[in-house]
Design a protein around this ligand. Structure first.
Ligand code: NDP
Length: 322
């Protein structure tokens, strides 16, 4: 089968579209013929070695397709089932072997692109808005990179929870998308001082929670945007990692809370996985949640997909089609 692998860490040029043996499912595993794979920022961290894995490594942590073979002791799925998943390495490929316990059934009314596009970023937005800091009416939140993959979904879910949403984006085009998703206020953080803008928009009070996936370039000012007892939810680092940090700063800035969460802890057990995936896929099926999928590339052009994602040239979901 074809797969996109890396043999060393580096820029998009280290991604190789090559022939590899088709894997065979072992006990509790199924073989999925992939119809689409999701591209996520974590794939960039894995490619550069910020999050290192043993090499060679097949990139990709999200996909959807059809079960074409089952290993021994498989009880939940059978050949022909349509499935979606996240958290299993090797999605930039034609086939993946997956532990059945990490798969969810893809509802008939949703196509494979939605399955591959909704799982990682959708469940991330879900745990951020509903679990890490459960938003409620009367809250104000700040969402950085509001027109990104997670961003557009998180804006919609924050509105579902009844919160006031302030989003940041780099361009006017992205600002329009964030507003369309429901953002009440949008700041062009490449042109305006977002800290000053947030203070102005909240009459100096600050926000209850900042969802910060940008990291290095936004972290410090994000802390200054929080009201006392506010929550700093640092869930990514698209601009680079945040340098070492003195916890006493949290005291000085108003007894703040800081967390650095990861999706994989919020879907660790089957019940959480089914609940979050069920909500996200169900909301998309009913039209309550919109998934933007404007950026689709053939699997062989995965490196170009990475260039565009890192170059801030994408909005919403980026997909690969084998
Ligand atoms: P996005 O589609 O949001 O792409 C990243 C966006 O970050 C860009 O479009 C850009 O938006 C913004 N950005 C700001 N500064 C930079 C920079 N210097 N270089 C590149 N991008 C920059 O990606 P994803 O939705 O896949 O992921 C968003 C973030 O969420 C990532 O940091 C990712 O690691 C994190 N994440 C964390 C998870 C977790 O559980 N902890 C799970 C899923 C994602 P703009 O141009 O508007 O500034």
């Amino acid at each position: 089968m074809k797969a996109v692998r890396i043999h060393r860490f580096g820029g998009p040029e280290v991604m190789q579209y090559e022939d590899v043996p088709t894997p065979t499912p072992g006990p509790g595993q199924v073989l999925v013929k992939l119809a689409a794979a999701g591209v996520n920022y974590i794939d960039v961290y894995q490619r550069t070695g910020l999050y290192p894995n043993p090499l060679p490594y097949t990139l990709g942590l999200e996909g959807a397709g059809t079960v074409v073979a089952v290993g021994p002791e498989v009880t939940l799925f059978k050949e022909g089932d349509r499935v979606a998943y996240t958290g299993i390495p090797g999605s930039y490929a034609e086939y993946v072997v997956a532990p059945e316990a990490r798969l969810v059934r893809l509802p008939d009314e949703l196509d494979f692109k939605v399955g591959a596009g909704a799982m990682l970023q959708g469940m991330t937005a879900h745990y951020l808005a509903y679990s890490t800091y459960p938003l409620k009416p009367g809250d104000t939140c700040l969402i950085h990179a509001a027109a990104g993959g997670v961003g557009l979904l998180l804006v919609q879910m924050a509105k579902q929870c009844g919160a006031r949403v302030i989003g940041t984006v780099s361009t006017e085009e992205k600002a329009a998308l964030a507003r369309e998703a429901g953002a009440d206020e949008v700041i062009l953080y490449t042109q305006q001082d977002f800290e000053a803008e947030v203070k102005r928009l909240t009459n100096g009070k600050g926000v209850n929670v900042v969802y910060d996936s940008v990291g290095k370039t936004t972290f410090e000012k994000s802390l200054n945007c929080l009201a006392p007892l506010g929550y700093m939810v640092l869930y990514g680092q698209s601009s680079g990692p945040v340098p070492p940090f003195d916890p006493a700063i949290l005291n000085a800035k108003g007894s703040l809370f800081l967390t650095r969460p990861s999706l994989f802890h919020y879907i660790a057990d089957r019940a959480s996985l089914e609940k979050r995936a069920g909500d996200v896929l169900g909301w998309i099926a009913s039209g309550k949640l919109k998934l933007r999928m404007e950026h689709t590339f053939p699997l062989a052009e995965a490196a170009e997909a990475h260039r565009q994602l890192e170059g801030r040239r994408t909005t919403g979901k980026v997909l690969l089609l084998p």
